[in-house]
Ligand binder design. Structure first.
Ligand code: SF4
Length: 252
């Protein structure tokens, strides 16, 4: 079967409609389109796309599962390497990462890896009803400062290995830049909330309104039995350079 030279188009809201609301613009693939896109993957022997992925997801592996109709299996396969697939499928710059190295991209458009990741994650989030069984605890406690993408990813990876993880977030909602830095039409807050819910189901304790350094110090965390502290506090405050005009034009 000849390979389709272009990525399958992902439907979007009609411009006239989207000008009147703040809902997500991109609507995602349906099953048929996702499977058609999955057919474009060459399942390359050297798998260069994996090298382009910061968390080394087995990309041809999960695409093959989509091709064969095992979408929940594809989600589980992605989850072995990524704790935020519905987020990454939407906002990762795939064009400069996995898709940039995709072999198909040498001749045609690369495989729409991001759209397929998003499809698998949304399929799971919208249809999976089975409860997550938290992994067996290994007896070690880790504190994570900051519930942004870095802290949440670290929390997910450690929880899957059995660590007792507590995330301390200074603000009242977990998500960090994912909720206050990316607009709703690009990454809906409900998508981030769902990923956070999955982490909680894995056994991650997320405590909001706790400012580490003020409410609790790092030394106090160690005194409370945490054996390691991961600091993913982000860059929430601007660093002014003290030059004339820097606060003009509504930048800050
Ligand atoms: S490089 Fe592209 S075509 Fe090759 S396995 Fe990865 S996604 Fe498929």
């Amino acid at each position: 079967m000849a390979i389709e030279p272009k990525k399958n188009i992902m439907p979007t809201q009609d411009p006239k409609e989207r000008a009147c609301n703040f809902h997500e613009v991109a609507l995602g693939y349906d099953l048929e389109t996702a499977q058609r896109e999955a057919q474009r993957c060459l399942n390359c022997k050297n798998k260069p796309c994996i090298e382009g992925c910061p968390v080394n997801i087995d990309i041809p592996g999960f695409i093959d599962l989509i091709k064969n109709g095992d979408i929940e299996g594809a989600y589980k396969h992605i989850s072995l390497s990524s704790s935020l697939p519905a987020v990454c499928g939407r906002v990762c710059p795939q064009e400069n990462q996995c898709e940039k190295l995709c072999t198909l991209g040498k001749k045609f458009e690369p495989v729409a890896i991001g759209r397929l990741e998003r499809f698998a994650a949304d399929f799971h989030n919208n249809s999976c009803t089975s409860e997550i069984t938290p992994p067996e605890k290994n007896g070690h406690k880790v504190a994570i400062v900051g519930a942004g993408p870095s802290g949440l990813t670290c929390a997910g990876d450690l929880a899957k290995k059995g660590y007792d993880v507590t995330v301390f977030e200074a603000l009242h909602t977990p998500g960090g830049v994912l909720v206050y830095g990316i607009p709703e039409f690009r990454l809906p807050k409900s998508i981030v909330a769902k990923e956070v819910e999955t982490l909680r189901a894995l056994g991650v304790d997320i405590q909001t309104n706790v400012v580490i350094g003020k409410t609790l110090t790092v030394d106090e965390l160690f005194d409370e039995g945490y054996e390691a502290v991961f600091i993913g506090s982000g860059a929430g405050l601007p660093n002014f350079m003290g030059i004339p005009g820097e606060s003009l034009n509504g930048v800050y």
